[in-house]
Design a protein around this ligand. Structure first.
Ligand SMILES: *Cc1c(COP(=O)(O)O)cnc(C)c1O
Length: 369
């Protein structure tokens, strides 16, 4: 690199220079369980909807704010009859979270969250000049509501079910946070379709609460990059402004609409495969427990396995063509993470034959010394 290009890099904002480049591990022929996408694929109705892009008028801009999609999103969340609620879409829910931080967080403001949580949150926080305020979970991954509130944060981020732990939080805890917070509360429900319940309905009762969802997980459309949020019109309107127009492309909007249609190959497909994922997840959890690696209780389509051996096991799994996400340095609370020295593996769930392949590789990986 020439001296000149180095100098130019120094012109970048300090918060940008300090950021690592997000570079998840990838391998062409590996069984990739490292992110929690839908390993069954994409709803057939969504695939059909984008099969003939010449009919999509690709030469034109999409609607600035996904006008055809937002009513369907509110209907799906059962918020269409709730007065004063509005939906905003984005290029993945990452984009919506980023825009929300930009809309409500001025430089130096705090964003509070229970840690460990979605790794993008502290990253987007720093990029937007916000100060991350991580608060350890309490025992059993309960929210420490008092300490979250005591941060006086402009934004509180909740993730239910939580990534990477997979654990759920209680409705009472969400309501408690929404009633004591002084800023806005972003409730990330990326994995709601796998969870016993959603808290999206609370949006109608708590004006500061915004529920954030995605088509990347249960809906099997991570590659199309589409996410959304719903909340009070006054709050969501600000996220829309910060987000900017045209973030969701024509194909993504059409595919999302098709996947939300109440048909067996649209929403029916999504629900059926979410149910399957939960079934397979519980089978894999039982198998791992029998091998001496009890995962945390999961309400999502992945399992978090606290183990001091996380790094070694991840390497050995990779040698056997299986990719999982490895975590180290997680907060030393609560108990299962303390015992594992803050290390864990996160394993995405897919069709049983793939999981059988994972379990075989895992058995080999922990047997060899
Ligand atoms: C995967 C995930 C998302 C989704 O991100 P997209 O940008 O919509 O793909 C959001 N939040 C959490 C916690 C996730 O794990």
């Amino acid at each position: 690199m020439s001296a000149e290009t180095q100098d130019l890099a120094l012109l970048a904002r300090e918060s940008v220079r300090a950021l690592p480049l997000y570079a998840p591990e990838a391998a062409d022929d590996a069984l990739d369980l490292s992110d929690s996408v839908n390993l069954w694929g994409t709803p057939p109705a969504a695939l059909r909807a984008i099969a003939d892009p010449t009919r999509e008028h690709l030469s034109r801009y999409p609607s600035p704010r996904s006008d055809s999609l937002t009513p369907a999103l509110l209907r799906y969340l059962r918020l269409d009859k709730t007065a004063g609620v509005r939906a905003v879409t984005g290029c993945g829910s990452d984009d919506v979270l980023d825009a929300a931080m930009r809309a409500f967080g001025a430089a130096g403001d705090r964003i509070a969250f229970s840690a460990p949580t979605f790794s993008m949150v502290p990253l987007f926080a720093r990029l937007n000049g916000l100060e991350p305020a991580p608060i350890a979970f309490r025992e059993h991954f309960d929210l420490d509501v008092d300490r979250l509130a005591a941060t006086g944060a402009k934004i509180t981020y909740l993730c239910a079910p939580n990534n990477p732990s997979g654990t759920g939080i209680s409705r009472a805890a969400v309501e408690h946070v929404a009633s004591v917070a002084t800023g806005i509360v972003l409730l990330d429900e990326a994995y709601a379709e796998f969870a016993p319940e959603s808290f999206a309905d609370l949006v109608g009762r708590h004006e500061r609460l915004v529920v954030v969802r995605t088509f990347s997980k249960a809906f099997g459309m991570a590659g199309l990059r589409i996410g959304y949020a719903a909340g009070a019109a006054s709050v969501v309107g600000m996220i829309e402004r910060a987000r900017g127009p045209y973030k969701v492309n024509v194909l993504a909007e059409r595919a999302a609409l098709a996947a939300l249609a109440d048909t067996s190959d649209g929403l029916g497909w999504v629900r059926e495969h979410a149910r399957l994922a939960v079934e397979v997840r519980d089978r894999v959890a039982t198998a791992l427990t029998a091998m001496g690696f009890p995962p945390l209780p999961s309400a999502a389509n992945f399992l978090c396995v606290p183990t001091v051996d996380a790094a070694r096991l991840a390497t050995r799994l990779r040698e056997r063509g299986v990719l999982v996400r490895q975590f180290a340095g997680l907060p030393r609370e609560p108990r299962p993470l303390v015992n594992a020295g803050g290390s864990a593996l996160r394993v995405g769930i897919g069709p049983w034959p793939l999981m059988q392949r994972f379990l075989d590789a895992f058995a080999e990986a922990c047997a060899c010394e």
